[in-house]
Design a protein around this ligand. Structure first.
Ligand SMILES: *Cc1c(COP(=O)(O)O)cnc(C)c1O
Length: 382
């Protein structure tokens, strides 16, 4: 099958910044400092400035970032961590890896983020952490989550792998970037993320000096200084080449996010009156950085057939995500019953994500929109 339009187009994005990237890579090779060093420190500072947070600590990937964040909190085996049931499950995986218990909460079907009205009933004396995952490019409802965390004395780790750069507005008008609202934020620089490198990378952010010190130590074998191992850590590093590449791309992040928003706007207006689908809802409290453009199809639509129709015309689509997390063999546990998550279940059955990236143009968008509409028509709809 010849796919004409893919979910992301990293190649065309690269062409635009090729000489900047080539220079950055060349400089790292010239310096021959491949681990730690100035590039990593500079990138950490620049990202901290961009986000308005005190500390950014680079690490190996976005999954490590969540693991290290959890390790820094001094939790005990069996402590409970609240997570959404509809998500990319990296957080759930590391919760289990550390001997903690994931307690899943249903989502709000409008935003695909945690339904904050369903959190409190899941809190027990063992609950220690809430991990909101800012899904698809938009913040979870953080003001309520912060209130709940304060009331029950819980930590918040924001999994911000999909929403780096999103801006959250509090009811008093204060604005903060996602990932800087809770005690710790984490992100991923996987190539297809909004700020992606050319391999694996991740980062952890916090405003807390003591947590930052611990996080740095854990990411580096628990070393306080060379050969002084104070605690059990891991080896999780952002390397200098990736940091140098990220320094270049960070300068373009705002323009990348504008491009994504322009594409989303096009889709929104094209599909606004289509009764067979629901366009993404934009929460009043968050900007949207459109890591994904995810629509929800009406029950009448045969989703598989639609995807097949589009693929035959050369257009890729994806299902993020096809399964409620507790129904995955690896994460099934007595605490989480899929009957508890009707909105997550509904989302897994109805969502479909369309191509969105920094290189979209009207020709591509028009082709995707008309093909989707034809696909519906082929099913006798709309
Ligand atoms: C991509 C992603 C991760 C994991 O990042 P990696 O760098 O691939 O480990 C974690 N959480 C969410 C929500 C993600 O989208």
């Amino acid at each position: 099958m010849n796919i004409k339009i893919q979910m992301v187009d990293l190649k065309s994005q690269h062409v635009r910044i090729k000489s900047e990237i080539d220079n950055a890579i060349h400089d790292v090779i010239e310096s021959s400092v491949f681990i730690k060093g100035q590039e990593v420190a500079s990138f950490e500072n620049e990202l901290a400035n961009y986000l308005g947070v005190k500390h950014v600590i680079g690490c190996g990937n976005g999954t490590d970032a969540i693991q290290i964040a959890l390790m820094a909190l001094g939790l005990e085996k069996g402590d409970e961590v609240i997570v959404p049931a509809f998500t990319y499950p990296a957080a759930i995986e590391v919760i289990l890896l550390l001997g903690l218990k994931p307690i899943m909460v249903d989502i709000d079907i409008q935003s695909y983020n945690l339904d904050v009205s369903k959190i409190e009933s899941k809190i027990t004396s063992r609950t220690k952490v809430i991990i909101p995952v800012h899904l698809f490019g938009q913040s979870a409802e953080m003001e309520s989550i912060v209130h709940i965390a304060q009331k029950y004395n819980l930590f918040i780790i924001e999994d911000n792998a999909q929403s780096l750069g999103a801006l959250y507005t509090f009811s008093n008008g204060d604005k903060k970037r996602t990932g800087t609202i809770g005690h710790i934020g984490t992100t991923s620089f996987f190539p297809s993320k909004n700020l992606g490198c050319m391999g694996d990378g991740g980062a952890i952010m916090t405003n807390d000096d003591e947590l930052a010190r611990k996080i740095r130590m854990i990411a580096n074998h628990g070393q306080r200084e060379l050969y002084v191992h104070e605690m059990i850590g891991v080896n999780s590093r952002l390397d200098s080449l990736q940091a140098a590449i990220l320094r270049v791309k960070l300068k373009h992040l705002d323009s990348y996010e504008n491009k994504r928003n322009e594409a989303a706007q096009y889709y929104d207006s094209y599909f606004a009156n289509n009764e067979e689908l629901m366009i993404p809802t934009r929460g009043a409290y968050s900007s949207h950085v459109f890591h994904q453009y995810t629509i929800s199809l009406s029950k009448k639509v045969d989703r598989n057939k639609l995807r097949k129709y589009m693929l035959e015309k050369g257009i890729q689509t994806m299902i993020y995500y096809p399964t409620v997390a507790c129904n995955q063999l690896a994460y099934s546990s007595e605490n989480n019953n899929s009957l508890d998550f009707p909105m997550s279940e509904l989302a897994t059955q109805t969502v479909i994500s369309l191509p969105i990236h920094t290189e979209m143009n009207e020709t591509l968008l028009m082709e995707i929109c008309t093909t989707l509409t034809e696909g519906l028509r082929a099913q006798g709809l709309s």
